[in-house]
Ligand binder design. Structure first.
Ligand code: URA
Length: 209
């Protein structure tokens, strides 16, 4: 069973409430998504291996630590995942960035891939998949499958909000993928929105509504 990490840090919870507020404007919404992504990245990279290194301070020689050469990729799911990308890349500037575009077919309700561009060595990288909303789980399940088809073996899914339905779908389809979220909300409503949620994340990040 994949691990579900609920990120309850006060700074995250404070900023999440700003996102939930219907009166928060585009600028503050976008900035808060980026800041939450940075704070989530801090939690999701806790297990990165370190190696000891020598360093010379202005006073003396010392032993320090450096990330032990882990190769990381960040993969936002278009389009709302883009809002989380900068925050992560600021903390991990050597990360490569892939993109996945998925839409839901209105007849079958199945996710359909319309865009996919990955770094050439994606299969060797630890991958952070970014998408702020884990709702039905359809897109999340498809994105993880696409990355596994590229040979990826180390996947973490970062979402700001999760619904029980999406969490269950991911845990049954991809029990090896760890999931990071800032809250597990009550449910989905009939149009697939998370309740209470924060509305349409893409529209609020990009100001398209
Ligand atoms: N996608 C969103 O942007 N919001 C939801 O509540 C569910 C899916």
């Amino acid at each position: 069973m994949s691990r579900f990490h609920l990120l309850e840090h006060p700074l995250i919870q404070h900023k999440l409430t700003i996102l939930r507020d219907k009166d928060t404007g585009v600028k503050e919404f976008r900035e808060s998504v980026g800041e939450i992504a940075m704070l989530m990245c801090y939690e999701a990279t806790r297990d990165l291996p370190l190696e000891e290194v020598d360093v010379t301070t202005p006073v003396a020689g010392a032993r320090g630590h450096a990330i032990a050469g882990k190769k990381i990729a960040v993969v936002p799911v278009l389009r709302a995942g883009l809002g989380m990308t900068d925050g992560i890349v600021r903390l991990i500037p050597t990360a490569r960035v892939g993109h996945i575009g998925l839409y839901r077919d209105p007849d079958t309700l199945q996710p359909v891939e319309y865009y996919c561009k990955m770094p050439p060595d994606i299969g060797e990288r630890d991958v952070l998949i970014l998408d702020p909303m884990l709702a039905t789980g359809g897109t999340a399940v498809a994105a993880s499958r696409i990355l596994k088809n590229f040979g990826c073996r180390s996947l973490k899914r970062m979402c700001i909000l999760a619904a029980p339905e999406g969490l269950q779908a991911m845990q049954s389809a991809h029990p090896d993928v760890d999931i990071y979220a800032c809250a597990l909300d009550e449910r989905l409503h009939e149009h697939g929105y998370i309740v209470p949620g924060l509305g349409d994340a893409g529209d609020r990040i990009f100001g398209t509504k």
